[in-house]
Design a protein around this ligand. Sequence first.
Ligand code: ADP
Ligand code: MG
Length: 300
Amino acid sequence: MSIIENAARRLEQVKQSPSVRTDARAGEPAKQTPARLPNLANANAQPAGQTSVAPTPPKHHVEIDLERLQQMGMVVSNGERSAVAEEFRVIKRPLLRTAAAPSRGGAGNPRNPANLIMVTSSLPGEGKTFCAINLAMSIATEKDYTVLLVDADVARPSIPKALGISAEIGMMDILCGDRKDIADVLVHTNVPSLSLITAGKGHRYTTELLASQDMATMVAELARRYPDRIVIFDSPPLLATTEAQVLAMHMGQIVVVVEAERTTQSQLQEALRHLDGCPNVSLLYNKARRFSTETAYGYY
Ligand SMILES: Nc1ncnc2c1ncn2[C@@H]1O[C@H](COP(=O)(O)OP(=O)(O)O)[C@@H](O)[C@H]1O
Ligand SMILES: [Mg+2]
């Protein structure tokens, strides 16, 4: 029995609420190595020596270079039929079903609204950010939903670099009290139904701030203001710090990324122990190798 099946079985035993098992693979390695990303690019930056005559974009709007994202092997919101796009179509469906189901929480659940989805894993490098972005992009193509992607990995925020945007103020600025209104930190993008909140400045007491009543109020507000909005939190790893565990307390659904051939059974078990009591925990099997005989759309 695979570690995923073991873990799924354990989840079934441990949790009262049934969890969704999401084990679709998140694609083959991207053709271009994401590590070769240009330095944090401001997509609006002018080439050296060129004077700008274009109007400055609104402060709360960023341009995501979708072509570059596509070259990196990620999902983009143009409905293209890449293998990774097909896989995230499968992965998002049960999450959206749970978000919409009143019996599982729904946006109206005051404690753990099911439209708040955290993407986490045991350790760094297993693909949390990759999966969070792809999930957000895939949900952004849905007619009935909008998406807010929150970079909640305050110690190692990586969404700006992956999307090629510049990050200024963000979530932590609200929690520190430097900003009062979510609108101050919410950034719209060139993908009409996708907006972002970046991590903001690091803080010595990040865990305490994430555990604070202000955080509870902020996430409740994010969940409630637009019930058709899915909020995806790219989180830190569960076994490295206490931050992910604290974040998980606020969430209605948790996706645990398991890296093929890397995450061990004991790491996964330990990570799941940190999520005891959390509703709707599912597993996402990432970076699985594809057998050469399989086609991209093998489940047809
Ligand atoms: N399914 C995948 N296919 C190809 N590359 C992936 C996949 N998942 C993750 N990666 C790459 O692996 C590296 C680590 O992923 P990342 O999402 O940053 O991990 P984490 O957020 O868990 O630390 C990144 O370079 C990312 O682009
Ligand atoms: Mg990450």
